[in-house]
Design a protein around this ligand. Structure first.
Ligand code: NAD
Length: 386
């Protein structure tokens, strides 16, 4: 076995996602397992170079994890030819420019979503990366969640018959930040800083729908700001200028005909579900409800026949009539699983389709979702190309 070290510039690793999911649960976890076995006698050893704006925060992070390399000089890191990959988990508004620079420097790109704040910018990134000939990937972590993997298994196995509809429910109460601290960064609630639930969540819903059920062909959304004032990290009140809830209806071009998807996303909802996100899929042969980890099904043969009668108590315990799907495999952290696939794509030429063009589709859906809401209309979602 030959160990090949790959130096990865990681920007935004002091943040929530950058630190927990990408540095700790992905890159450091790959190191903890001895590297990534490429299957050809080579083992890839990721060597992060922490990049950011605040030296003390980077130093503390490096010390905490026993890492040697960190820098506040992005340009110098990009000019360093021993750094082959650039990863970005910065605030959304800082991403586009940073990715452009990294592409121009010839780095392979792996990035959080959304890739840009508008479709034009997202498409330009995809084109630039294509022209430069670098490899590129965009985080589409939900696809790698155990619950959605099981759902995909059902789709691929033909469990549903013809899929009719999808009902997604995502969200939880995000505290306003006054009497209890908010559990998400305040920029998420300011449109001028790249915040908003449509910009944040529609990119996820785009790839989930596209990959499991069919391309999104239209969107109709109502986005709103339920909580107009919040309190920031310093306890200071601010105007929440971004949408904190979005109610969307999507038409999908499924392989067996059109599918209607309806997805509610909200940071102003209290959870009365088993998981923070759940998708119910109804098909002619059966239905399923999938969350982050679990997936339960009801086949047409075990479907009860309720009769509407408000004078009598419910005759069935409906939720008891579903069957839990077994794991049947081991599920790794979804972010790590996707990192590994991307690294195999770059260094072992494995196929990979979650790229900047796929990322641009997510940005497009967010952009059209906001437009649909502002204009009160249903909009077609045209197919995009490089
Ligand atoms: N894939 C997912 O499930 C998922 C979940 C949440 C967030 N995200 C995405 O990850 C990115 C980061 O989100 P987060 O929740 O980790 O945010 P965060 O605020 O916790 O972290 C942001 C990071 O960007 C850095 N940064 C760079 N420029 C900045 C600036 N001008 N102002 C403030 N911070 C700046 C911060 O230092 C920090 O390291 C966002 O683009 C978001 O859309 C993805």
């Amino acid at each position: 076995m030959t160990r090949k070290t790959v130096r990865i510039a990681m920007n935004g690793v002091t943040g929530r996602m950058g630190h927990r999911q990408h540095l700790v649960r992905s890159i450091l976890a790959i190191r903890a397992q001895g590297g990534l076995d490429l299957g050809d006698g080579d083992v890839l050893w990721p060597e992060p170079v922490l990049v950011g704006r605040r030296e003390h925060a980077l130093r503390a992070l490096a010390e905490q994890h026993g890492l040697e390399h960190f820098s506040t000089d992005v340009d110098a890191v990009l000019a360093d030819r021993t750094v082959e990959l650039y990863f970005d988990a910065q605030v959304t508004s800082a991403r586009e420019e940073a990715l452009k620079k990294a592409i121009a420097a010839g780095k392979h790109i792996y990035t959080e979503k959304p890739t840009a704040t508008g479709l034009a910018g997202a498409l330009e990134l995809a084109r630039l990366a294509h022209e430069k000939g670098v490899r590129h990937g965009v985080v589409q972590d939900k696809l790698f969640l155990p619950g959605l993997r099981k759902l995909k298994r059902l789709v691929d196995g033909g469990f549903f018959g013809r899929i009719l509809s999808v009902r997604g429910e995502f969200g939880y109460w995000v505290f306003e930040g006054d009497w209890q601290s908010a559990q998400r960064p305040s920029w998420n609630y300011r449109a001028e800083d790249g915040g908003g639930i449509v910009v944040d969540m529609f990119p996820h819903w785009e790839y989930v729908m596209h990959e499991l059920f069919g391309r999104v062909t239209s969107v109709q959304a109502v986005a709103t700001t339920h909580i107009p004032q919040r309190f920031d990290e310093n306890g200071k009140p601010y105007d929440a200028t971004a949408d904190d809830a979005a109610y969307g209806i999507f038409e999908l071009d499924g392989p067996q005909g059109p599918v209607i998807a309806q997805i509610n996303s909200s940071w102003a909802v209290r959870v009365n579900r088993d998981e923070l996100v759940e998708f119910q899929v109804d098909g002619t042969e059966g239905s399923a409800v999938a969350g982050l980890r679990n997936c339960r099904v009801q086949h047409r043969a075990t479907t009860p026949k309720p009769v509407w009668n408000p004078d009598l108590p419910a005759a069935y315990a409906f939720r008891d009539q579903w069957q839990e799907l077994p794991d049947n495999e081991e599920f790794d952290n979804g972010f790590k699983a996707q990192w590994e696939l991307f690294l195999r794509h770059v260094y072992a030429d494995a196929p990979y389709h979650w790229d900047l063009l796929a990322g641009a589709r997510g940005v497009q859906l967010a952009e059209l979702g906001l437009k649909s809401s502002a204009e009160g209309v249903r909009l077609d979602v045209p197919e995009i190309q490089l």
